[in-house]
Write a protein of this length. Structure first.
Length: 434
């Protein structure tokens, strides 16, 4: 039986999550007989004592644990030889900022399992925080909207909302947003905001989490095609918010003017398509970005798009909640991942500079990249629930065996990027980035 260590999170000062909550540790230690050590942390959402009461040991380090679990990346100097580490490594796209970390793990002959690639046989992710990123991201986006409008002298019920991290629980945040929704339904919104429209990209866990929060407001869903005609309709009600979900065929079109959109062809040949989302952006009050993106695909919104938008006057768009937070990615004005302590900035389209806070000429950006930690209790419990079916079998496995003989749960095997310091076959492509 391998002893499992839960490490203290040290990449971000605001990170309060853990991979397992005390309730999970209690089941694993008392019902399955696992040995678990918790590294001391003064900021973790669950106090050390609650893990001790659940049957875990408490330690200043994890030197006696052959398996170490965390959430975010681990400093290169913290790795120990021949151990197995499980965390979000952010290396599968060849991210340059994490290549030194990966090289250090290879030098020490460590094994690495990345939650992001723990998948079922259909390639669907099994261990994720995505829904909580969406929930917290939407709370923050609505809070940002209220603050931005107030800075412009437009008072709305959104102004009373708080950042997600300021709420005691998800339930408290949802109750507050529901109250805002009730006020809008009864009293309406200022005429200069009408129609208030919110656009969502993506249709996975992140986007669905964001839409879950949005539906606490008086929301009516319309198609992207209807969105472009909405403002021309007479007598629109002032107590309805309009929601639009964009899918791939709304975002791009084939370069070949005689071609038609085909989803699988697009996935296989993204270089044969161009972005067309600029056709919709002038009709949105809020953009919530929750889609997957990598550099092969056209951008959703470029810096040039924003510059053109502002050259034509003050835009309708008030805030971009970039929950995916790919720096210089699908939303090119996401020029940095903002910390929880300073979660928004204004991007100035003419200069490319940014200003912290809610005021100034340009686009308000909400770009926190560890959003689930703003709901640390709920997100940790949900994450641990997803991990639980695999923990006992993994802890009992002989991790010293060669890869071909390694008997670990199949989803964990699919997520194994390194085995004893060597890239596994599915991830051999990462070598080119090293």
């Amino acid at each position: 039986m391998n002893r499992i260590g839960i490490r203290h999170e040290d990449k971000y000062s605001a990170e309060r999550r853990a991979p397992l909550a005390p309730e999970h540790v209690k089941k694993l230690t008392r019902e399955s007989g696992l040995q678990i050590t918790i590294e001391h942390s003064a900021k973790r959402v669950f106090p050390d004592a609650s893990y001790e009461e659940a049957g875990a040991g408490l330690s200043a380090g994890l030197s006696d644990c052959p398996i170490v679990m965390g959430v975010k990346e681990i400093p290169a100097e913290a790795f120990e030889p021949e151990k197995t580490y499980i965390f979000f490594s952010h290396v599968i796209k060849g991210q340059p900022y994490n290549m030194p970390m990966l090289k250090r793990m290879m030098e020490l002959k460590c094994s690495l399992i990345d939650y992001e690639k723990v998948e079922d046989e259909m390639g669907r992710r099994l261990i994720f925080f995505g829904r909580y990123a969406g929930l917290a991201g939407m709370i923050n986006t609505l809070w940002s909207l209220g603050k931005r409008l107030s800075a412009k002298g437009i008072e709305t019920p959104f102004a009373r909302l708080k950042q997600a991290v300021e709420y005691n629980s998800l339930a408290e945040a949802m109750e507050d947003i529901s109250g805002v929704g009730s006020e809008i339904a009864s009293d309406g919104l200022p005429s200069e905001l009408l129609p208030l429209t919110i656009g969502f990209t993506g249709y996975g866990n992140v986007s669905n989490g964001a839409q879950e929060i949005a539906h606490l407001l008086p929301m009516q869903e319309i198609t992207p095609e209807a969105l472009t005609k909405l403002a021309s309709q007479p007598n629109l009600p002032n107590n309805v918010i309009y929601k639009t979900v964009f899918k791939e065929h709304h975002l791009v079109e084939p370069l070949d003017e005689d071609g038609s959109f085909d989803l699988q062809h697009y996935y296989a040949n993204p270089d044969q398509y161009r972005g067309v989302f600029h056709r919709y952006i002038d009709h949105l009050s809020v953009l919530v970005n929750g889609m997957y993106w990598d550099a092969r695909y056209p951008r959703l919104l470029t810096k040039a798009d924003l510059k053109k938008m502002y050259s034509e006057g003050e835009p309708k768009l008030q805030v971009i909640g970039d929950i995916t937070c790919d720096v210089d990615g699908s939303v090119e004005s996401t020029v940095k991942a903002a910390p929880v302590e300073d979660p928004v900035f204004v991007y100035h389209p003419d200069t490319g500079e940014i200003t912290s806070g809610f005021t100034g000429h340009g686009m308000l950006m909400m770009t926190v990249d560890i959003l689930p930690t703003e709901l640390p209790r709920e997100s940790t419990i949900a994450f641990g629930d997803a991990l639980m079916p695999y923990m006992k079998a993994f802890a009992e496995a002989d991790l010293s065996l060669p890869l071909e003989k390694l008997d670990i749960p199949a989803p964990f095997r699919r997520g194994m990027i390194l085995h004893k310091g060597e890239l596994t076959p599915d991830f051999a492509y990462i070598q080119q980035y090293l």
